[in-house]
Unconditional design. Sequence first.
Length: 236
Amino acid sequence: MYSFIDGAAAADLKIGFTLSLTGGTDDYGKAARMGAELALKEYNDKGGYKGQKVEAVIYDDETKPAKGVENVTRLITRDKVFAIVGPVNSGVALAIIDIAQKNQIPLMDTIATAEQIIERYQNAPKSYIFRVSLNDGIQTSIMLNYINARKYQRIGLMHDLTGLQNVHTISDVECAVKILFDQKDRKSLRFEIAHDPFQMLHHDRREAFRRLVHQDHLRIDHQRAADREHAALAAG
């Protein structure tokens, strides 16, 4: 646990955070923690809520859905937070929103992008799940518009499976790409990362991207060789 308040005494008002401070999406989690600390300091310096300072109770979910569930349960039952911010990983988010909704604790998703995070309770009499992040549907449409405008002939999809609750998001992206390329009568190249996402470091991601490009070049070379062979056979 990491608790932050600008002052020695604990505050009566506590806001909870479950963030990926380690694991596959720790870059996002660490940045989110710094932003939360800065925002909370500014808020408390201006008097807090009706003169009361607000304390941030921050837990590391390790980019694991099960750990996120543990953190949120502890935040609600033991720390008595009035609201929760996070997580940064869609898989973790989809694992914890049921707990927040059941306990009527507002949860603000600021980074995780899976569309199902909001959709699950959008028809409930009262939803306690909110987001300010750009969802996958919007991001995908922007990417596809860019691909279409540039008239790319081949594309590569590279995604990690961290906190694998977001399989529907992955399928949605792949489906949208396939529809676009089927309409344009093109071929797409897909390379799936097979590494353990929890152990995947930045240089591993760069290596995966390098292999994706290399595989694409090999495919082009093989196609050119086949075309030359066919041309030679046709010429007799």
